[in-house]
Design a binder for this molecule. Structure first.
Ligand SMILES: *Cc1c(COP(=O)(O)O)cnc(C)c1O
Length: 391
């Protein structure tokens, strides 16, 4: 059988179901106003929540990296671990109040790393059903058994943990901090309490919380006024609010050493560019000082929600920068997304298998850099489509 004979029908099937994916081509820098597929548009689909990806201060740092090599040349355990990586790890750990932090080239890899390294045969990984795909993949790479609980359902979580505790099974509770396709928050206070009550460990993926949530942007733990304990692992990404790329895992001294020894996606890969590490150190300084930007973001979220509610749009209960509009049908989601593009607003349609069947949606993300005028343009475009589709 040829590759073509296997995949041509699958590709055609995907297109017929309105699930075919295409890559929008950006020809200007990542920003709220940018050119995509040759058209000038307002970008409501990036995760650049604080507007740092194209920030002049970071681009200046990029000009000052003459003493660094472009590539790291090797894995961290070989010769790739540069002082810039080391300092960034220390600064992240200090900022977030963990013993140590460990850099990864991407958040996806960090999530492939943690569960297989820490969990063994006989253990349970107890995971929210709406967790990010990379957490699911990480669980499947592990020898532990995967138990999924209904989204944010604390009774279902407790039932699992109680059962495991009775049978002396070590559990790792796994959750997104901010759910990436819904924008709602994990019930971290309850989750932490349950984990502690039943001696379970806790892994929180705060890709959309770090830099944004909490008064100092330290993420969902700070937002809820919680303190991570020594059995907590925090994953954060650098490609979202930080505006650069890569990720980190923060935890206790022993947890991080365990990852360095046993996590294959850490060991068998080239270290991120030292240039990226240096620019990310500067990004961390901006994130720490970003109170005004965080306030602007919260203000933009409130402005959008108020306007969207006035039009009668089907908003989800999200207080984060992720503001989905649930449409259900994939074809409808694409039609809305296309109509918004015609009106100069770039909003991705999110379809299965990224989200559950019949829950296709527009995923609007807001940034501190959006102006009210830009958001107003989006609201007016949404109102026009809404009016048309209901007649
Ligand atoms: C984006 C994201 C990741 C992956 O991070 P990358 O650095 O983009 O690979 C992991 N988890 C969540 C919840 C995310 O939103």
């Amino acid at each position: 059988m040829s590759i073509k004979s296997r995949f041509q029908p699958l590709l055609e099937q995907r297109a017929k179901e309105h699930l075919y994916r295409r890559r929008p081509l950006a020809t200007t820098a990542q920003d709220t106003a940018m050119q995509i597929n040759g058209v000038q548009t307002i970008n409501f689909s990036s995760n650049d929540y604080l507007g740092l990806a194209n920030h002049p201060a970071l681009k200046n740092v990029l000009q000052e990296t003459g003493d660094l090599s472009v590539g790291s040349g090797a894995a961290h355990l070989v010769t790739g671990h540069h002082l810039e990586h080391h300092l960034l790890e220390d600064e992240l750990a200090d900022w977030l109040g963990f013993d140590r932090a460990l850099l990864f080239s991407t958040g996806y890899m960090a999530n492939l790393a943690v569960q297989p390294a820490l969990m063994q045969k006989g253990d349970w990984i107890v995971s929210d059903k709406l967790n990010h795909a990379s957490l699911l993949d990480g669980a499947q790479l592990s020898s532990a058994e995967l138990k999924r609980y209904a989204h944010n359902d604390m009774d279902a979580l407790e039932k699992r943990l109680k059962q495991a505790h009775k049978d002396n099974i070590q559990c790792l509770v796994v959750t997104d901090g901010v759910f990436s396709m819904d924008g709602d928050l994990a019930n971290l206070p309850a989750i932490q309490k349950l984990a502690q009550k039943y001696d379970a460990w806790l892994l929180v993926d705060d890709a959309h919380g770090i830099g944004v949530m909490g008064s100092q942007g330290k993420g969902c733990f700070e937002y809820f006024g919680l303190q991570a304990d020594e059995n907590t692992i925090l994953m954060g990404t650098l490609g979202k609010a930080f505006g650069t790329s890569g990720a980190f895992v923060a935890g206790s001294e022993v947890a991080i050493e365990a990852l360095i020894q046993f996590a294959r996606p850490y060991i068998y890969t080239t270290a991120m560019s030292p240039v990226n590490a240096k620019v990310t150190r500067a990004a961390l300084k901006l994130v720490k000082d970003a109170d005004v930007r965080r306030q602007q973001l919260m203000d933009n979220i409130a402005f959008f929600r108020k306007g969207a509610e006035a039009i009668g749009l089907n908003l989800m209960p999200s207080e984060s920068a992720i503001q989905p509009i649930l449409l259900g049908d994939s074809e409808v989601a694409i039609a809305w997304s296309d109509a918004l593009k015609q009106s100069g607003c770039w909003v991705s349609a999110i379809r299965p298998p990224t989200v559950p069947k019949d829950t296709a949606r527009l995923r609007i993300t807001l940034s501190a850099s959006h102006t009210h005028a830009q958001i107003q343009q989006l609201l007016e475009a949404l109102a026009a489509i809404q009016a048309k589709s209901s007649t």
